[in-house]
Design a protein around this ligand. Sequence first.
Ligand SMILES: Cc1cc2nc3c(=O)[nH]c(=O)nc-3n(C[C@H](O)[C@H](O)[C@H](O)COP(=O)(O)OP(=O)(O)OC[C@H]3O[C@@H](n4cnc5c(N)ncnc54)[C@H](O)[C@@H]3O)c2cc1C
Length: 368
Amino acid sequence: MQVELAIVGAGIAGCSLAYFCKDKDIILLDKASLPASGGSGAAGAFISPKLGKKSALLELTNEAFNFATKFYSSNFPNYFDKSGIIRLPKDIYDAKNFTLYQEISGGRLLDKNALKEFGINDEVGLFFEDGGVCDAQGLCKALIKDIAYKQFEVEKIVKENEFWLLISKNETIKAKKIVLATGYEGFKGLEYMGLHGIWGSRGDFFCENDITICTHKSVSVSIKKDGVIKIGATHLRAKNAKEACTLCDGKPLEALLQKAKEFIFLDNLVLKETFCGMRSGSRDYFPVVGKVIDTKFMLEQYPQIKKGYKKAPLKFKENLYVFNGLGGRGFVFAPLLAQWLKELIFESKAIDERVNPNRLFLKWARKL
Ligand SMILES: Cc1cc2nc3c(=O)[nH]c(=O)nc-3n(C[C@H](O)[C@H](O)[C@H](O)COP(=O)(O)OP(=O)(O)OC[C@H]3O[C@@H](n4cnc5c(N)ncnc54)[C@H](O)[C@@H]3O)c2cc1C
């Protein structure tokens, strides 16, 4: 088999990119038989802006939030409940900043009485009417509806003339271009990006209360749909990518539930299903999207890089790209970043510097 572009990883990153590249000759590969079998399937998939003081990450996140809410509601309304989302303060100190947060990120301030009408017990909240929650698996499937999908575990990639060979146990696929969207499992050659995993869990509960709005404090609680609410959060940094999540034996879920009950009235919940997954983040919390540096070449040609030399021209692995490090907001970031990556791959448009993995290379090399 031979294609123009092979996307490895069918989480929200790979599926969004496949959607934007659907008019090209592409194939989407995943070691699982269905999309959203990794971190994306475990996610609560809340679409919520970032709150805090002004920062570059906040600006980028909220740009992606605005893009995602429009993208999902116009193209995938059946998989995005635009119910609105209420953000609550972490503690009494955070509550004092909510007027400032509103100036920066918008939203409508709600006082104690207004919150009570939603069954929420807190002093102040910020309501974002465009926010909401996605059906993670349904959305990923819908994004790749007409796209070639193959269950294929990539064990190795090798460059042979103008093609990349994607090698699994029994088969090889040839692709001119590859995008690695493999989440926390990263890939050999991406070490300089410092990708690491954070475990998270989610419980879906049958619920008797009417919950018509999503809420986020230290955990997220979704609206009720088909009698079920989702409660989720990410909580534990993994020591290494292969480590099993030893905490996810029901106890974290109890803790999540306890935290949720501190701010929202929940009655007679019955556990329907639990999910456990790992999301991947980068060293500086920004996503990593773009070309991959040939680190072996760079270190051999310019060993002085390790001592802080900054002027060596970067050499990239030809036609190899990465789409990763989406952190706790994969569903917020994926549509905008997928569009940017498609423009880089097929229109040679420069990637936005805030997500360009180049920023991580020199620091990594100096620490070697
Ligand atoms: C409990 C929890 C709650 C979360 N809540 C939210 C939320 O409310 N809102 C939000 O926006 N985000 C949330 N996130 C974060 C979000 O899930 C991630 O940012 C997102 O899933 C990352 O998507 P991805 O496509 O990069 O990775 P993944 O979804 O992990 O996809 C990577 C895919 O690559 C495949 N793969 C890996 N290696 C190979 C290989 N060698 N060959 C073939 N296939 C391979 C895997 O099988 C997997 O399907 C949450 C995460 C968790 C765990």
